[in-house]
Design a protein around this ligand. Structure first.
Ligand code: NAD
Length: 264
């Protein structure tokens, strides 16, 4: 298998460092010949993203804060000026005040509820609006979600509510953009130690729990996420849209593990 992404150009939003899920997807796409542009939030991250971009042959590294519509416009204007069109988009962006990623969901403040929804949900719609205009030959858009959207997970709180809305927006946008042959999907990744994940209370315990209880008896890596991302972004996924695809070592199918039963 080689060159699956030859001739395709994609914007990757959300690489913070070499642990980022978006970086796993970037590597998998670049290995198959994709040409990539990267957006980053804030100058502190630019230092980390630039060398990563260079390592996959990219010199398009653009600032973009998704809370600022003018910043999103500037990023897509740059893509249009340099490339004229876009084939794929990866949205790997989420944020919530970490003081509310512990304790009870019911205590979420209105300010953090709105901020979390804006950065973690609406931003995908906002970038999809701009990307649609550049996907003149069809395209593929991908976002990242988590099982906390479907079931209650400890400490995930408002982020779980936001991910549920994000998954719903994937389905609505799949319907809206399907007639233009633009596919919209999500990967629901198992827990992986990243900068964003470090804000979640007891994250090490969640990692251990998934490792012990998932069918594959391990945690997933950014390479696992990258390979499934490649499938959804390339023509291998040509008949797939509106989907939330679990890349979680099978954790989401488990009700209870037999060998855990105590003597009763
Ligand atoms: P990460 O910290 O590497 O990436 C999060 C990114 O969001 C960063 O690059 C950050 O700069 C960006 N971001 C936050 N606010 C932004 C803003 N206002 N404008 C632009 N960018 C902004 O962590 P990650 O775990 O790779 O997260 C990527 C996505 O994957 C997130 O949506 C996260 O919820 C999701 N996810 C993560 C896990 C996990 O266990 N790590 C599991 C499932 C889903």
């Amino acid at each position: 298998m080689g060159g699956l992404m030859q001739g395709k150009r994609g914007l990757i939003m959300g690489v913070a460092n070499d642990k980022s899920l978006a970086w796993g997807i970037s590597r998998a796409c670049a290995d198959q010949g994709a040409e990539l542009a990267f957006s980053y939030q804030g100058e502190a991250l630019a230092k980390r993203v630039r060398p990563l971009a260079e390592s996959v042959g990219s010199d398009m590294v653009l600032p973009c804060d998704v809370t600022d519509p003018a910043s999103i416009d500037a990023t897509f204007a740059e893509i249009e000026a340099k490339w004229g069109k876009l084939d794929f988009l990866v949205h790997a962006i989420g944020f919530s005040d970490k003081s509310e990623l512990r304790g009870r969901y019911v205590d979420t403040s209105p300010e953090n509820f709105k901020l979390t929804m804006d950065v973690s949900v609406y931003s995908f719609t906002a970038v999809a609006q701009r990307a649609e205009k550049l996907m003149t030959d069809g395209g593929s858009m991908l976002t990242l979600t988590y099982y906390g959207a479907e079931r209650v997970m400890p400490h995930y709180n408002v982020m779980g509510v936001a991910k549920a809305a994000l998954e719903a927006s994937v389905r609505y946008m799949a319907m809206d953009l399907g007639p233009r042959n633009i596919r919209v999907n999500a990967i629901s990744a198992g827990p992986i130690k990243t900068l964003a994940a470090s804000g979640i209370g007891d994250f090490r315990y969640i990692l251990k729990w998934n490792e012990l209880n998932s069918p594959l008896r391990r945690n997933v890596t950014i390479d696992d996420v990258g390979k499934s991302g490649l499938y959804l972004l390339s023509d291998l996924g040509s008949g797939v849209t509106g989907e939330t695809h679990h890349v979680d070592a099978g954790y989401h199918v488990v009700g209870m593990k037999a060998e855990d039963a105590p003597d009763i």
